[in-house]
Design a protein around this ligand. Structure first.
Ligand SMILES: *[C@@H]1O[C@H](CO)[C@@H](O)[C@H](O)[C@H]1NC(C)=O
Ligand SMILES: *[C@@H]1O[C@H](CO)[C@@H](O)[C@H](O)[C@H]1NC(C)=O
Length: 478
């Protein structure tokens, strides 16, 4: 799609099959996290506790592509059932434009071009003439189903680093009526989201990551009822995240590296997201027990580097599909709930740098898929044979705890000081529940199935190989 020119987009592509018996629009999802060639190395994320940047994104899929590349399919497919009366044939393209839909967006693009005063990659000099689909870099066309005409379907400005005084996107975005995705990672956009964003009837993906947005959460996105992909990471949004965000029908929500300060909304578990990244903000309070309601969908959740307090609710153990759970560097306490032994798919479990204590449950160390279990810098006091095996294998890290017979532990004085204070959790008994054991009734704890009845299939640009850690990739800005 960047064919021929030097722009090199990073595609971090996730490809997954969910629930074979219930095929849904969540079957395939592409995540474009952006980037461009010739840029200086990414600045490190602010917090040094962040994991190192992920390995370079996968190279493009090795499959040879038949030249010339087929025009990308952007609009949801298969199309909704055609109306009884098929749409009238498109009117003849006016004045040499590729279609009347493209004639419509031409002045919008030209107006936006005037606002861009810095364009280090010389992108906008291709924005001349009437052949938008053929000539303009950063735009993608496809036939819009309800008009049966060629239309402007996608904006892909990742890594362009456009800037200008007051480079607002609101008028631009709302002026592109047929748009499916707006990907603008690593630019200098500011301002707000259009309030009438619900008029964009095919709008599925919004990526404003690593821009200069500030102020409160862009509540206007709550009107975008088709949205599946919302990436606001690496901006300066502040204040609170409205609870309604967790009611959107999203596959992915990245809001890490902003300045959100609030208790996590109680309805967090209503989210349909597969990837949830709230890292590197200032969230306070506990992890809402409602998180267990996301058990049918949630795959990766990152809470690291916030100021979360309280004990882990046992409902986390209901996340039977989750492969990543990372709460490192918070102020959490209490023991590891026994329910964690039900995290059958868990691969990366990071509870490091909190104030957890107690015995590390042997059954958690027995989880088959566990490849990185980090408990360092806590106050655990005991590990059994199964856990010791993981320590030997380099899977479990327990340094700087209070396990007397192991090396690299806290000082006796440090441990004594911690245990001289009383520690307890509000519902101690729940911490021994094992929801996956026989005879356990899920009762009212189980949410109804997430609503996935939308027949529209997610925009599919180029299914490719899944990288290993989708969410951790979000912790770097590009
Ligand atoms: C586990 O994850 C932590 C945090 O990302 C990382 O520092 C550590 O090297 C990982 N350990 C292994 C064995 O992969
Ligand atoms: C992007 O643009 C901003 C503002 O013009 C500039 O300060 C910054 O150095 C640029 N970054 C890159 C990676 O080119």
């Amino acid at each position: 799609m960047a064919g021929g020119h030097t722009l090199q987009l990073f595609f971090i592509t996730l490809f997954f099959i969910v629930n074979a018996e219930k095929p849904s629009r969540r079957e395939t999802l592409e995540i474009i996290i952006g980037g461009g060639d010739g840029s200086p190395p990414s600045p490190p994320p602010e917090n040094q506790d962040c994991p190192p940047p992920p390995p370079p994104p996968c190279p493009p899929p090795p499959k040879p592509k038949p030249p010339p590349p087929p025009p990308p399919k952007v609009y949801p497919s298969p199309s909704p059932p055609p109306p009884k009366r098929s749409p009238p044939p498109p009117p003849p393209p006016p004045n040499g434009f590729e279609s009347s839909r493209l004639a419509l967006v031409y002045p919008v693009i030209q107006a936006f071009k005037l606002k861009i005063t810095q364009d280090p990659k010389g992108i906008t000099k291709t924005w001349t003439g009437k052949h938008i689909c053929r000539d303009y870099k950063g735009f993608l066309c496809d036939t819009v189903p309800d008009k049966n005409e060629k239309a402007l379907a996608g904006v892909k400005f990742n890594g362009f680093n456009f800037s200008g005084p007051n480079l607002h996107i609101s008028d631009f975005l709302i002026g592109l009526p047929d748009i499916v995705f707006f990907h603008a990672n690593s630019n200098n956009f500011v301002g707000s989201i259009p309030t009438d964003i619900n008029k964009l009837r095919y709008f599925y993906e919004l990526d404003l990551s690593n821009n200069k947005f500030s102020g409160s959460f862009p509540y206007q996105v709550l009107q975008a009822n088709k949205l599946q992909f919302l990436d606001l990471r690496f901006n300066s949004f502040a204040g609170v995240v409205p609870p309604q965000v967790f009611l959107l029908n999203l596959d992915l929500l990245f809001i890490n590296n902003n300045n959100f300060v609030q208790k996590l909304p109680e309805n967090l578990g209503s989210t349909t997201a597969l990837y949830l990244t709230l890292a590197n903000n200032q969230f306070i309070g506990g992890i809402p027990p409602s998180i267990g309601q996301a058990s049918d969908t949630l795959l990766e959740v990152l809470f690291l580097n916030n100021r979360l307090t309280g004990c882990l609710p046992y409902e986390i153990g209901l996340l039977k599909k989750a492969t990543v759970f990372d709460v490192r560097t918070n102020l959490l306490t209490g023991p590891i709930p026994h329910s964690f032994q039900c995290l059958k798919k868990m691969e990366i479990l990071n509870l490091g740098r909190n104030q957890f204590y107690g015995v590390v449950p042997e059954a958690v160390c027995g989880l088959a898929e566990l490849s990185n279990f980090t408990l360092s810098y806590n106050y655990f006091t005991q590990v059994g044979p199964q856990c010791r095996k993981l320590i030997e294998n380099g899977v479990l890290d327990v340094k700087m705890n209070c396990i007397l017979d192991l090396p690299n532990q806290r000082s006796a004085a440090d441990c004594a000081r911690f245990f001289s204070m009383t520690h307890s959790c509000p519902n101690e008994k729940s911490l021994t529940y094992v929801p996956c054991s026989q005879g356990y009734s899920r009762g009212e704890l189980e949410s109804s199935d997430a609503e996935v009845s939308d027949p529209m299939i997610a925009p599919v640009l180029a299914p490719a190989q899944a990288p290993r850690r989708g969410s951790y990739g979000a912790l770097s800005p590009h």
